[in-house]
Ligand binder design. Structure first.
Ligand SMILES: C[S@@+](CC[C@H](N)C(=O)[O-])C[C@H]1O[C@@H](n2cnc3c(N)ncnc32)[C@H](O)[C@@H]1O
Length: 284
């Protein structure tokens, strides 16, 4: 299915990454839990038209479809065929017929303006190549008065990423990771600049103690060749020589080892559940 989409190298890397993860993505309770919280905060009602951006395996889209009922409609879009295939299997098993999952780039959608009552984006805004412009684009897709809602992770979240960021900076490499949406103020400004009003941001802590082994994903992202880095292409770590990369890796591991306590390593996961409305008076 990916051949129907023209993706640049950055997005193709993301699509491939998630297609590899598609079959196992639904394991564990973290993604379902925070996807469910986003839906809870959004207070979806019957009859609404909902767009689930970067739907993945359809966690948010499926729950939304159950809430909007027969009179409502949900569309989930994603660039990863592997994730969508998994989502489609779940939809078929549930017998839902008010939901469609579509292979599409969230930054280049073909829906008419003023199409949706609600646009949601769960755990994926960080992957957009141009967040400010993309929010303006999603604003156009909403009906006047419509609601946008997304997860943003604090710039303190995910100890692996924060530690790589800190070490890489010493070598002159700047990794954005969660920084573009990393504070409540930044989230607020992004929505305001994109034309939203009635902005509400709920900060929730979803952190836990983790083991060193569970930080393999962060290592892969920064030291693993073609792994995409959110919002930055090519991976800025490629600026480093192989010798420097080895040094960064060693420092990264030493920094993490120093954080180990009896309970494990504290992994902050502060999530900003960020919502805003398209003004009723302003045209798309
Ligand atoms: C962490 S997963 C989140 C999936 C789902 N929203 C959830 O909460 O479980 C990130 C998803 O973003 C998708 N994605 C990244 N960039 C995208 C883009 N430009 N357009 C559509 N989907 C995108 C990936 O393919 C992946 O499925």
């Amino acid at each position: 299915m990916n051949e129907q989409l023209e993706l640049n190298e950055y997005k193709q890397q993301i699509a491939d990454l998630y297609s590899r993860r598609g079959q196992t993505y639904d394991q564990g309770d973290w993604h379902p839990r925070i996807a469910h919280r986003l839906i809870e905060h959004a207070q979806i009602s019957q009859g609404q038209h909902v767009l689930d951006i970067a739907t993945g395996t359809g966690m948010v889209a499926i729950e939304a479809a159950q809430l909007v009922g027969f009179a409502g409609r949900v569309v989930g879009v994603d660039i990863s065929t592997g994730m969508l295939e998994q989502g489609k299997r779940k939809i078929e098993a549930l017998g839902l017929n008010n939901i469609e999952l579509v292979l599409a780039d969230a930054e280049k959608l073909n829906f008419p303006a003023n199409s949706f009552d609600v646009v949601l984006c769960s755990s994926a805004l960080i992957w957009m190549a141009d967040i400010p412009n993309t929010l303006r684009f999603w604003h156009q897709l909403l009906k006047p008065g419509g609601l946008i809602g997304f997860h943003a992770f604090a710039d303190t979240a995910f100890v692996g990423g924060v530690t790589v960021q800190k070490v890489a900076e010493k070598y002159g490499v700047s990794l954005a990771l969660s920084k573009p949406t990393g504070t409540i103020e930044k989230c607020h400004d992004l929505l305001k600049t994109a034309g939203f009003e009635a902005i509400e941001i709920k900060s929730e802590q979803d952190g836990s103690y983790i083991t060193l082994d569970s930080l393999e994903q962060a290592k892969l992202m920064c030291f693993g060749g073609s792994h995409p880095v959110p919002g930055q292409f090519p991976n800025p770590m490629k600026q480093l020589s192989s010798g420097q990369l080895e040094e960064v890796k060693a420092e990264f591991e030493a920094e993490l080892a120093a954080l180990v306590t009896e309970q494990g390593i504290w992994n902050d996961v502060t999530i900003f559940y960020t919502f805003g409305r398209k003004p009723i008076s302003r045209s798309a």
